[in-house]
Write a protein of this length. Structure first.
Length: 390
């Protein structure tokens, strides 16, 4: 076996390896330069190796990496304060990934219902084509056959309804229902935006039936859509929210945030994570928040997002293979009439990273620090690829 065969083949990998990154740019083993319009799948929101985050990680690594949650972690307390100051939440639980954040949210929802006299309410309504992770509970929450196939029996307690259809949620409610879990914009299924008012309707339904509203902001959070949290484009606040991808600029970290009323159902011993919220990850996340909020990165996202989408719309004007473009902030998609895999592969060959979702959609999640110049360059590469292929 060669080295690559020593890795379980869970990924269809492109035959390229990056050795260095700076801002929106990456360099591979041969020294070729790439424009990264995917940012580690929405992780490197401040670009590659943002100096302040890199410095914070270096400094913390030399001081204290890990201690465990048996002891107080002041950096974790500071991070919880900083995160809850950005939104509805009062308290945070820290873990290491999006799936774990959703696991925490699912457990918290069940426990909350138990604690409030509804032991039979354990079911969570989720949306078709949503994505919530790959652990047994989160893949069971993920209403996509390709994620679930082969891993049955699924964890009980999830009901699937059409996305963007509040009446479908209402119809799915039973005496067993505990909560509603959705992404404010579906990321993995190709940047699918619901209609205005969708979250408001879900909030009203949840309130009317005594359910918890859980928002999965793992991909849409941390400034991706131009607000710190995507749900802040609406007038709604959830009871629980999950975050991960961009939280610590690539140091693995997730969090489950909740109101104190709901969070009170987690008491000592009910949930835990060995690594969750260790000093290294917290230092990275605190530096990330600082750059995002205090250095004005977030403030620039709406204009940059509009600029990118205008460019993509311009492309649609003369590229007949483009069926539609959509997005919010710097979360964008180009839906093609065909050949999407080939387009993504040829873009990579020409030095542009983006992803192909659901076989039909090119997804872009560039660093929030991207420049207009870099947007021009990336869109020009896509333009040339579309011209040469079709
Ligand atoms: C990526 C993602 C997850 C899973 O996160 P992992 O860190 O891979 O476990 C969950 N929900 C959404 C919306 C995501 O985009």
């Amino acid at each position: 076996m060669n080295d690559i065969q020593c890795i379980m083949s869970t990924y269809g990998r492109n035959p390229v390896a990056f050795t260095r990154g700076e801002g929106t740019r990456l360099w591979d083993e041969e020294g070729r330069e790439y424009l990264d319009f995917l940012a580690g799948i929405g992780v490197n929101n401040l670009g590659h190796c943002p100096p302040k985050v890199t410095a914070a990680i270096r400094e913390q690594a030399g001081r204290l990496i890990h201690t465990s949650n048996l002891y107080r972690i002041p950096l974790q307390e500071k991070l919880a304060r900083r995160l809850t100051d950005t939104c509805f939440a009062d308290q945070a639980f820290f873990c290491n990934s999006g799936a774990e954040a959703n696991e925490a949210a699912i457990k918290l929802t069940r426990k909350f219902m138990r604690d409030h006299g509804h032991p039979s309410r354990f079911e969570i309504i989720t949306a078709v084509h949503g994505f919530h992770g790959r652990t047994m509970a989160t893949l069971s929450a993920t209403a996509q056959e390709k994620v679930q196939r082969g891993f049955e029996p699924l964890v009980p307690g999830f009901r699937y309804v059409a996305f963007n259809d509040p009446s479908a949620v209402e119809k799915a409610i039973s005496p067993y229902t505990a909560g509603i879990l959705v992404e404010p914009i579906q990321g993995e299924s190709g940047v699918r935006l619901p209609d205005d008012g969708y979250l408001e309707s879900l909030r009203a339904i949840a309130d009317q039936h005594g359910l918890l509203l859980i928002l999965d902001e793992v991909q849409t959070g941390m400034g991706r859509t131009g607000k710190f949290w995507c749900h802040q484009w609406s007038s709604v606040t959830p009871d629980i929210m999950t975050v991960a991808k961009g939280l610590a600029s690539g140091v693995p970290m997730g969090a489950c945030l909740a109101t104190s009323r709901v969070a009170a159902s987690f008491s000592p011993g009910t949930h835990a994570s060995t690594f969750g919220g260790n000093p290294l990850a917290c230092a990275a996340a605190l530096a990330t928040l600082e750059v995002l909020l205090d250095d004005g990165v977030l403030a620039g996202v709406p204009d940059l997002g509009q600029y990118l989408r205008d460019k993509l719309d311009g492309l649609k004007g003369h590229q007949a293979m483009i069926h539609a473009t959509r997005g919010r902030g710097l979360m964008a998609a180009v839906e093609l009439k065909g050949g999407t895999e080939e387009v993504a592969a040829m873009c990579l060959n020409r030095g542009l990273l983006l992803s192909c979702q659901m076989g039909t959609t090119l997804r872009m999640l560039p660093p929030l620090t991207i420049t207009r110049d870099e947007i021009d360059q990336g869109v020009a590469i896509l333009d040339s690829v579309l011209s040469d292929l079709f």
